[in-house]
Ligand binder design. Structure first.
Ligand code: PRP
Length: 185
């Protein structure tokens, strides 16, 4: 495998290979295709982490699907959180009458998703569900879960397949655990 800018030297171990992810994404695509066979489906990816997952998942879906993307950031962090998200990029497509499926690379505390779902609910889609490639339930602070989950993962610093540390490693084909020394300075 190529090792751009020594990326692999920073990795503790691979957690999920590209092949494992591909097999699971195929299963998710089949389940989604079945569940939305007679419904207008709009998949909304949450930038930037979801781009790789979205690109693969949409091709594993064999029914008509529209896609769009949002970028959000939280107002305030931790205890000072206002419970709001700021929209940095909104979708272009109307949600009226659409069955929307929010695609996330990882569900961690759940804050991003709960804020985003509350926001999108005000636009009255026909239904709203969530697909998350990775789920870290041990980190959850908000009572929220995905309707479709790829893998439950341990509470470690994960990078690759869209996930970053300081905007690096998103282009790793699999998901890896980052060495502590890389982020603990
Ligand atoms: C990550 C991830 C989710 C969110 C999950 O995004 O893509 O959107 O964090 O965390 P939560 O459940 O604790 O809210 P991030 O803010 O790192 O931005 P990115 O997708 O651009 O990397």
């Amino acid at each position: 495998m190529p090792n751009p800018a020594g990326m692999h030297d920073d990795l503790e171990r691979m957690l999920l290979s590209a092949e494992e992810i591909s097999a699971r994404v195929a299963q998710l695509g089949q389940a989604i295709s079945r569940d939305y066979a007679d419904k207008p489906l709009l998949m909304i990816g949450v930038l930037k982490g979801s781009v790789v997952f979205m690109a693969d998942l949409m091709r594993a879906i064999d029914i008509p699907v529209q896609i769009d993307f949002m970028a959000v950031s939280s107002y305030g962090q931790g205890a000072q959180s206002t419970g709001m998200v700021r929209i940095d990029k909104d979708i272009d497509i109307s949600l009226a009458g659409k069955h929307i499926l929010i695609a996330e690379d990882i569900l961690d505390s759940g804050k991003t998703l709960s804020h985003l779902m509350a926001l999108l609910a005000t636009r009255e889609p026909a239904s709203m569900r969530v697909v998350a490639l990775l789920d870290k339930p041990s980190r959850r602070t908000v009572d929220i879960r995905a309707d479709y989950t790829g893998f439950e993962v341990p509470d470690e610093f994960l990078v690759g397949y869209g996930l970053d540390y300081a905007e690096r490693y998103r282009n790793l084909p699999g998901v890896a655990v980052l060495k502590r020394e890389v982020y603990a300075t």
